[in-house]
Design a protein around this ligand. Structure first.
Ligand code: 4AD
Ligand code: MG
Length: 458
């Protein structure tokens, strides 16, 4: 269809005085004696384009006025009568592309996010989701830009895997076998299954990412990861988008520097490319959001050891729901307290007890901790899981044996330590978590088109 984006009409002053064709959905409508006004949105900008209708020129406008109706509008671009630096269109001709009944679920009032989750096919048409998805798109593109500009190779790691990266066993099985196949044992079923062994959806591309990094030096993956953990929280989805760089010849402080640079690049890009969206989120989701983001990019992130954090939590005098003890994993309430109250900014928490972390992390000389770090941010908690990898084959094998892992399943991974092993590090950033942080949207279900969560798939 020959037409022009509403973004273009709103931003190109040279179009004033010209006739254009625009398409979009009616967001608001207002009828008066001689004139009628519509606001049209085509998704290319958060702003709506006002369409001015001279009722004498058109006989029946009732169909145009219904919210949700899709229209093609031809008319002249003129300076807005009310908003000085804006434009509107004096309609010459309007065609209904798709009519919309009065019981359209999106009405003029502000709907709650909970209600909008019940209409996933339509919630995208609201300002909130219009803004969320544009920010998500800009963030995704700038993540590629960051790595591409710094000599990283983009690697596509498999989504179906026979190994468990995080070792938590929270994986979705991939199988073509059903109960009707009548196998007596799981082993028998696995052997007869599609791959001849047990397979699952990958929780992380890291293990294969390390294979690539041991040849290409600096790589990143950016794709979906799957977690079958039954965490029904505002921060967990079963399918999320995962950014995972893996860097050869990098130790923990090096990868921390890279992670901080990536987060700052993302925030700077959003500040530059999404000013309208940020203004919207600042007004409706998190007061002071823009100020927060500006502060984050102009200050260093904090770095603190797990041990120090435990001491600070214990002496804080604050009552937590879950216990605080050296050796125990931190819960979201602790993580948020550390970044929000103790550090008041993003913080890399380092050197966790080895028992609560994964097998692949480099063991520190103290024998108790590993060279791992989580990036915790105010309002969200953990957004990055990061570590230097164990490059010593004996130590790696020990860590795997202690965890009763089946070494045969990890032969490729282990072999990297036999053939020119090097210090290397990497991290995983959850795309939805960073989107929550830069938009102030508090529930992960509202930053992804179709959230998959325990007990819910629509
Ligand atoms: O901390 P995680 O489990 O680390 C790994 O998977 C490593 N293999 C990463 C690596 O070193 N290459 O996950 C990394 C990040 C988390 O910090 C979080 O942002 C996100 O992935 N994440 C989730 N996001 C949404 N829903 C879930 N269920 C998530 N699980 C992890
Ligand atoms: Mg983690």
């Amino acid at each position: 269809m020959k037409h022009i984006d509403i973004f273009e009409v709103m931003n190109n002053k040279e179009l004033i005085g010209n006739n254009v064709t625009v398409c979009g959905w009616v967001r608001t409508s207002r009828d008066s004696k001689n004139m009628a006004f519509l606001e049209l949105n085509d998704g290319t900008t958060l702003k709506h384009l006002q369409i001015v209708i001279d009722k004498e020129k058109m006989s029946d406008i009732s169909e145009f006025m219904k919210l949700g109706t899709s229209l093609l509008v031809e008319g002249e671009v003129v300076k807005s009568v009310v908003a000085q630096d804006s434009v509107e269109i004096n309609a010459e001709n309007i065609t209904v592309l798709g009519s919309c009944p009065a019981e359209y679920p999106l009405q003029k009032k502000r709907h709650t996010l909970e209600y909008l989750r019940t209409i996933p096919a339509l919630r995208v048409r609201t300002n909130t989701f219009n803004a969320v998805f544009r920010v998500r798109s800009v963030v995704s593109a700038c993540i590629h830009e960051f790595f591409q500009n710094n000599h990283y190779t983009y690697i596509h790691t498999p989504l179906i895997t026979a190994s468990d990266c995080e070792g938590a066993g929270e994986m979705f099985r991939v199988t073509t076998i059903g109960v009707e196949d009548g196998f007596k044992t799981q082993d028998e079923a696995d052997a007869a299954d599609f791959f001849g062994r047990r397979a699952a959806l990958s929780v992380s591309g890291q293990l294969e990412g390390e294979v690539a990094a041991m040849a290409l030096g600096k790589i990143y993956t950016f794709g979906p990861s799957f977690r079958a953990e039954k965490s029904n929280t505002p921060r967990h989805v079963a399918e999320f988008w995962h950014v995972e760089p893996e860097v050869a010849f990098a130790e923990l402080p090096d990868i921390i520097e890279i992670a901080e640079a990536l987060i700052k690049h993302i925030i700077n890009t959003v500040l530059e490319k999404c000013p309208e969206e940020l203004k919207f989120f600042d007004a409706h989701f998190e007061k002071g959001l823009i100020e927060k983001l500006r502060n984050v990019v102009s200050n260093n992130f904090a770095v603190m050891t797990y041990t120090e954090a435990i001491e600070k939590l214990k002496s804080s005098g604050k009552e937590f729901k879950y216990p605080v003890e050296w050796g125990l994993d931190l819960m979201t309430e602790h993580e948020r307290y550390i970044s929000e109250e103790i550090c008041k900014r993003p913080v890399f928490l380092t050197d966790y007890p080895k028992e609560i972390k994964s097998f692949y992390m480099k063991q520190n000389p103290d024998g108790k901790t590993v060279a791992a770090t989580d990036l915790l941010v105010p309002g969200v908690g953990e957004i990055i899981g990061c570590s230097e990898r164990e490059a010593d084959i004996e130590k790696l094998l020990d860590a795997m044996k202690i965890r009763n892992m089946n070494l045969e399943d990890y032969e490729d991974y282990i072999s990297l330590r036999r053939f020119g092993s090097v210090p290397h590090s990497g991290f995983g950033l959850g795309l939805e978590r960073i989107i929550m942080y830069v938009t102030g949207v508090q529930n992960i279900r509202d930053v992804i088109l179709y959230p998959r969560t325990v007990g819910s798939i629509s």
